[in-house]
Design a protein around this ligand. Structure first.
Ligand code: SF4
Ligand code: FES
Length: 248
């Protein structure tokens, strides 16, 4: 027989008039290979069909199931219950708009971020449908692939002190996005143009350096390194814009 576990879930549905935020305990028996995602599914199927939470892939690919698990932002489908105490809490990610219970709207946040960082290749070259694909150097392709592994789960944003107090801060994931385009040789934007996007306190200079994002990213992206890279570039661009002709 497996261990008895108690999951204290945050409950609040803003769409139900008069509903109040509260914690609700669910008791269930743990079994081999149980992830938090499986446990929440069991609760919904056997104990309480009203519990709201998100998932799509169940394999740490889509980023939908991020939540605060015992106070730390993590993916429910990548968290084994056996690695948690027998009584633990689950809450929705802060910063994002609450949909209900454990579900938040990360989609709108990330869509706005894509627009704000202009997350597409900027080039003056005309697209030629008949041309052969141009080969990219393997090393550069691998460097671009690294920040591309972001699954847009929002864990880095939820644990970020700046994102929790400033609505306009794009968070580590936004800076990671900009980093991806800076290293892509197909993007023709200058550092001065990137400075317009990320060179202020809503971007790379808003980070206070606590680096919880780097600790919490479930994909183990090198967020600290990427931030330092973008910040160095933007500091140089800022100096050149302020003191034209300065040699760096
Ligand atoms: Fe999630 Fe990591 Fe992407 Fe942040 S950088 S959204 S923690 S995968
Ligand atoms: Fe897709 Fe967890 S369900 S990351």
């Amino acid at each position: 027989m497996g261990r008895q576990i108690t999951i204290s879930c945050f409950r609040f549905n803003p769409n139900i008039p008069g509903d109040k935020p509260r914690m609700q305990d669910y008791k269930l028996e743990e079994y081999e290979g149980m992830t938090l995602f499986i446990a929440l599914n069991d609760i919904r199927e056997k104990l309480d069909p009203t519990l709201i939470f998100d998932f799509v892939c169940r394999a740490a690919i889509c980023g939908s199931c991020a939540m605060l698990i015992n106070g730390r932002p993590r993916l429910a489908c990548k968290t084994m219950t056996r690695n948690l105490p027998s009584h633990f809490t689950v809450m929705p990610l802060p910063v994002f708009k609450l949909i209900g219970d454990l579900s938040v709207d990360t989609g709108k946040w990330f869509r706005d971020l894509q627009m704000r960082t202009e997350a597409w290749i900027h080039t003056t070259k005309k697209f030629d449908f008949n041309a052969l694909e141009v080969r990219m150097d393997n090393k550069i392709a691998e460097e671009i692939y690294e920040p591309e592994r972001c699954v847009e789960c929002g864990c880095c944003v939820a644990c970020c002190i700046t994102a929790n107090i400033r609505d306009d801060f794009m968070g580590a994931t936004g800076i990671n996005r900009v980093c991806r385009f800076i290293i892509d040789p197909r993007d023709e934007r200058s550092d001065a143009e990137y400075f317009e996007v990320v060179g202020d306190e809503g971007g790379t200079f808003g980070c206070v350096g606590l680096m919880a994002c780097d600790d919490m990213c479930p994909m183990e992206l090198p967020l600290q390194e990427n931030l330092a890279f973008v910040r160095r570039k933007m500091a140089g661009a800022g100096l050149k814009l302020t003191f034209p002709g300065v040699k760096l």
